[in-house]
Design a protein around this ligand. Structure first.
Ligand code: GDP
Ligand code: MG
Length: 138
């Protein structure tokens, strides 16, 4: 409440959002969407378990945009198999098995576009310019 008052000139509100236990447990991500997302892998033996895994609970979806963002996100994420992922990467530090490797990142700009179009509807994406951009990108 105190924080809200600091910027009270505009009508700034605060809202507490919580995914409740049933929301976490119920697997509300649809199988159709998961199958479409991973359609390149549909002939792999692990496809059914991958679809079960990815639809087993809520996921947090993000659309990142930036210079070279596909490659830099993949670098942060690390190799598919956490055993081969470098220390300091998300999978290298936080995951144990390929089938539980914590995070997804598109593997090409074309797939980035395809996947964002699959997971987000028109108008759902937030576009903004950071004041830091000129200090990050020459
Ligand atoms: P990514 O681009 O690094 O995520 O890897 P892929 O596109 O090759 O595979 C997609 C996802 O399928 C991986 O992130 C894993 O979650 C899963 N996956 C890939 N290979 C295997 C495997 O051999 N076994 C299992 N259980 N899951 C796999
Ligand atoms: Mg992939």
């Amino acid at each position: 409440v105190q924080r809200g008052r600091i910027v009270a000139a505009a009508e700034v509100e605060q809202s507490y959002i919580m995914i409740k236990p049933d929301g976490v447990q119920r697997g509300l991500c649809s199988k159709d969407l998961a199958q479409e997302h991973y359609k390149d892998l549909k002939d792999k033996p692990f496809f059914p378990t991958l679809i079960n895994y990815i639809t087993s609970g809520p996921v947090v979806c993000m659309a990142w945009e930036g210079v070279g963002v596909v490659a830099s996100a993949r670098k942060l994420i690390g190799a598919t198999n956490p055993l081969q992922a470098e220390p300091g990467t998300i999978r290298g530090d936080l995951a144990v098995q390929t089938g539980r490797n914590v995070v997804h990142g598109s593997d090409s700009p074309d797939n980035g576009k395809r996947e964002i179009a699959l997971w987000f509807k028109e108008g759902e994406l937030c576009e903004w310019e950071s004041v830091q951009t000129p200090w990050l990108i020459e």
